[in-house]
Structures are given as C-alpha cells and as structure tokens.
Design a protein around this ligand. Structure first.
Ligand SMILES: [Mg+2]
Length: 143
C-alpha cells in the first residue's frame, strides 16, 4: 500500500453511504472538515450534511471530525448542531489525533476509516495511523 494512495475514492461525502460503511466494516469514521464535509464558505452545516450524519449514526457508525483548522470557536459552532465531536488543529499528516480518537471511543484500526480530500494530510495521516484512507474530491458547489 502506497502511503499517499487512497484505499477508496469518491466524488463527494454523500457517496459514502451507510450501506457501504456497513459492508466495509467501518464503525468509526474520522472526517476531515474543510473541502470534505463543507466548502470553506459554509458557516453552518447544510441539510445534506446533517442528513448524512444522521443516517451514518443510525447505521451504527460513530463520526468524529478531525481538522487541521485552528479556529476552535468556528469548529465548535459548526459541529455542535451536528452533535459530533470535533478535533481542531490536528496537525495531519501527524496521526496522533486519529489514534487518540480510536482510543477514546474504543475502536480498532480495522474498524476505522479516515475520510478526507487531501493526500498530503488526510491520506498520509490515515496510513501513519494504520487505518484505511478514503478520499473525496475537493468539494465544489453541488446543487
Ligand atoms: Mg480538507
């Protein structure tokens, strides 16, 4: 496995369906925020994102947002209505925060996936943490 090669590729986070997560044995989904779950310009979660998170949760998948964004207050305000834990200033590609999340919520590497848009941070951090890296395209305006 190449360190910078994603294990699976998707166009957008909505394509990562609860069915697919279940099939792949994913119980903990670590998600990047900027350009993965939202556009930089989005200040609040979209209805599409809220619905996707609810559906994943219903399928028994725990979601934790792990971002390199250092704006703590913005991160908390964005994630609070979604009721998902968030980690800011994660310093990916360092894998520390990914490993900490697995330990905190008690999941094994084989049950965990990191979903993100950048190979230089998300994909590398996932592979340093010995978990699967799923990559989405840099998010664009999708209607
Ligand atoms: Mg990103």
């Amino acid at each position: 496995m190449g360190l910078i090669r994603a294990d699976k590729k998707f166009e957008k986070f909505e394509d990562v369906t609860p069915e697919l997560l279940k099939k792949a044995g994913v119980k903990l989904l670590l998600c990047d925020l900027d350009n993965t779950l939202r556009l930089h310009s989005e200040k609040e979660p979209t209805a599409v994102l809220a619905k996707w998170i609810r559906a994943c949760r219903k399928a028994g998948v725990k979601i934790v947002i792990i971002s390199n964004n250092g704006r703590k207050k913005m991160m908390q305000e964005f994630c609070e209505p979604l009721k998902v834990p968030c980690v800011w200033w994660a310093k990916k590609p360092m894998s520390t925060k990914l490993t900490e999340a697995m330990e905190e919520y008690n999941f094994k590497p084989h049950e965990t996936v990191m979903l993100g848009d950048k190979w230089s941070t998300d994909v590398l951090a996932a592979h340093f943490a010995k978990i699967r890296a799923w990559k989405v395209e840099h998010r664009r305006n999708i209607v």
